[in-house]
Design a protein around this ligand. Structure first.
Ligand code: SF4
Length: 241
């Protein structure tokens, strides 16, 4: 089913920044020590899913491209500005079989499937990615890189977080680097991270949606440092997922 584009209210741009200003400091990430998984989850045959939806990739290199999203539950990174805190606690999201997920993706006939979260690499994605590939689907991963890579992907968006740096092995595998910028220190972090990835990796700075100064910070930096590009969260401007 297609989504209805939400027109921003005239003169109130960007209205949804206020609307989305929720529980920024009130939700604590789950304690990894208390994580419990079933045998099927351990094998990656079922995965806790927040939502699946058919839309366009709204950020980074593939912006505007027809994509089917599988948002997996589970994340203990704890970014204060996270806009998917609902995904943090796996227990709130019942597991679904990977066969069901693949069937949904196939029915949507997208250009590619995006595995996102949460932090998808909390899970072993070997079985899911194998089944998606067997169905002829291309797979993109969005990850902080904080957990080991388990699965095979056609495109990896590495979005490293200052409070939990990536596993070193992921840098060589990234296709694009996307750093969220809320304050000047994030630009220093972006510079450090750019030094870790191969030179040809695409580099994006993405203004943090809730921070009023972030657009200006990113804009100024891109003018000074031309290896960077701006990534905007276009789904929020369009009022879609
Ligand atoms: S890594 Fe992603 S899902 Fe996890 S807290 Fe940070 S922004 Fe949210």
């Amino acid at each position: 089913m297609s989504q209805k584009i939400g027109a921003p209210a005239a003169g109130t741009y960007p209205l949804t920044r206020e609307k989305n200003r929720i529980d920024r400091a009130t939700v604590a990430p789950p304690d990894p020590a208390t994580r419990q998984t079933t045998e099927a989850e351990e094998a990656g045959l079922t995965l806790p899913v927040v939502e699946v939806f058919h839309s366009v990739q709204a950020e980074g290199h593939w912006v505007g491209t027809n994509a089917y999203f599988i948002r997996l539950a589970g994340c203990d990174i704890g970014c204060s500005w996270c806009d998917t805190k609902v995904s943090w606690n796996e227990k709130h999201h019942p597991p679904r079989s990977i066969a069901t997920l693949v069937a949904g993706a196939l029915a949507a006939n997208p250009q590619f499937v995006v595995l996102t979260g949460g932090e998808p690499l909390i899970h072993d994605l070997t079985a899911l990615t194998r089944m998606l590939h067997a169905a002829g689907l291309s797979i993109h991963l969005e990850t902080s890189g904080a957990y080991p890579l388990r699965g095979r992907f056609d495109w990896i968006t590495l979005s490293p977080k200052r409070n939990r740096p990536p596993q070193p092995s992921i840098y060589a595998l990234a296709n694009e680097l996307k750093v969220v910028v809320a304050e000047p220190a994030d630009l220093d972090w972006a510079t450090q991270q750019a030094q870790q990835v191969p030179g040809e990796v695409l580099k994006f700075l993405q203004p943090e949606w809730y921070t009023e100064d972030s657009n200006q910070l990113v804009f100024n930096h891109v003018l000074e440092q031309p290896q960077w590009r701006i990534s905007l969260q276009t789904h929020k401007y369009l009022g879609i997922r």
